[in-house]
Design a binder for this molecule. Structure first.
Ligand SMILES: Cc1cc2nc3c(=O)[nH]c(=O)nc-3n(C[C@H](O)[C@H](O)[C@H](O)COP(=O)(O)OP(=O)(O)OC[C@H]3O[C@@H](n4cnc5c(N)ncnc54)[C@H](O)[C@@H]3O)c2cc1C
Length: 406
């Protein structure tokens, strides 16, 4: 059997792969590319889907590039789930289609939601917000259901809670964490968020585990800290795990993610990996949009030669929820007692800046959203205390309007 062969194949249709293809073309490579991905629409900005539940969206909303872009860039699209890879014969397999051969392969398969095991409910009955289709399903049930239990106190859980509250729904947010966003901020930063959530009617249960639920007629009930909580639907937001099944089938070195070197190469010389599926030095999986974009670019630059090393620049998480702007960069990586911490708090703006040898290493910020890019630049360039004070003095936000889409 003669399978179709492509010089370059990419599996996973999202920002790492689009950035990879964009960089190939920008650097003069015109080899035809086959882009394989298991979703039902053109690759889109995943970051938007759970932040626009009030507004709603169509299939073409948030696409990263339109159809013409793929045609103009000699990219063939294949919307199908790949099931395994034979790295020795350089073949990719599918359930119902003939295998495909590659010369070079990029794995940009991202991450999938972890759906917790909860007695009394099937995983398929729970919602997640990982893909646009998941959010569409949630929106469909939200049209005639009122009470939502969100399990998980991370960014996605809080953003989803914000949207459901804005849609006039009742929200119970239950999480094992001591307080929401615990991995990204100390509690002092989160107190205003907790207050804002309670004010908007969110029932907040931190430090709890939802282990079982009971069916009561057409809805569910569970006990949280002695309270009986009734709800119609569960949204699971308990984190993600890299999609490494294909890499495993290919015999690549995998741990939590696909282990890559600083050139984004895997343990096989013809297979690279980038984005949420890639595991870097010290076991780091970046899990952020701009990080995936950067890695896709590096994978393209290093596809044939090892040209540009990945140095894991600082990335930030920013979110706008319950009328607050929150920014956290590098906080998770801090080693206790090694930093001078400059704490500032005035007129609703709060920031903690972590310096080591007078270089900015991490930053937390509340409500200074219009200058978020400058905080990011300060981190990239490791500004000194003096420079930070001069160029980014603490000031009340000039204006901070939330667009109706949030
Ligand atoms: C709801 C939500 C909100 C987010 N908000 C933010 C934010 O505000 N800021 C931020 O920085 N980051 C955010 N993130 C994270 C960000 O979206 C990811 O870091 C980014 O999308 C990673 O891109 P990626 O290219 O690695 O892969 P992904 O976007 O994870 O896409 C992987 C693709 O691979 C496909 N795939 C996987 N396995 C196979 C297979 N076997 N066969 C075929 N196709 C396959 C999947 O279907 C998917 O299309 C958010 C994530 C979610 C889910």
């Amino acid at each position: 059997m003669n399978s179709k062969k492509y010089p370059i194949v990419v599996i996973g249709g999202s920002i790492a792969s689009i950035s990879f293809i964009r960089t190939l073309r920008e650097t003069g490579n015109n080899d035809s590319v086959l882009l394989i991905y298991g979703e039902d629409r053109l690759p889109y900005k995943r970051t938007k889907i759970n932040k626009n539940m009030v507004r709603g969206f169509d299939k073409d909303d948030f696409i990263i590039a339109d159809k013409a872009w793929y045609q103009n860039n000699n990219v063939e699209l294949l919307n199908i789930w790949a099931t395994s890879i034979d790295a020795q014969n350089k073949q990719i397999f599918f359930e119902e289609t003939e295998p495909i051969e590659y010369n070079k392969l990029l794995l940009a398969t991202g991450a999938g939601s972890v759906i917790p095991r909860i007695a009394g409910i099937e995983p398929a009955e729970m919602h997640s917000v990982q893909n646009a289709a998941d959010v569409e399903r949630l929106l469909e049930v939200a049209s005639n259901k009122q009470r939502f239990l969100i399990v998980g106190g991370g960014v996605e859980g809080i953003e989803t809670a914000d949207q459901l509250i804005r849609k006039g729904k009742e929200v119970i947010l239950a999480s094992r964490m001591k307080y929401p966003l615990q991995k990204l901020f100390p509690h002092e930063f989160i107190q205003p968020l907790e207050e804002a959530m309670l004010k908007r009617g969110v029932q907040l249960y931190s430090g709890v585990s939802v282990n079982s639920v009971e069916r009561v007629g057409d809805h569910f009930a569970t006990k949280l800290r002695g309270d009986t909580i009734e709800f119609d639907e569960i949204v699971s937001s308990t984190g993600t795990l890299p999609n490494i099944q294909l890499a495993k089938s290919a015999g690549l070195n995998t741990e939590k993610g696909i282990v890559v070197d600083e050139w984004m190469h895997t343990s096989n010389e013809d297979i690279l990996a980038a984005g949420d599926v890639a595991q870097h030095h010290n076991g780091i999986i970046t899990g952020l949009w701009h990080a995936a974009e950067h890695q896709g670019k590096l994978a393209a630059l290093n596809l044939f030669d090892k040209k540009e090393k990945h140095t894991l620049p600082p990335y930030r998480l920013k979110t706008e929820v319950f009328n607050l702007f929150l920014f956290s960069a590098e906080y998770e990586k801090l080693v206790p007692n090694e930093y001078e911490i400059v704490k500032e708090d005035e007129k609703g703006v709060k920031r903690w800046l972590y310096f080591k040898d007078d270089k900015l290493k991490a930053a937390l910020m509340l409500n200074d959203g219009l200058r978020a890019k400058q905080y990011q630049q300060a981190l990239m360039e490791e500004w000194s205390k003096k420079r930070f004070k001069e160029e980014l003095p603490l000031q009340a936000p000039l204006s901070f309007n939330f667009s109706p889409s949030f």
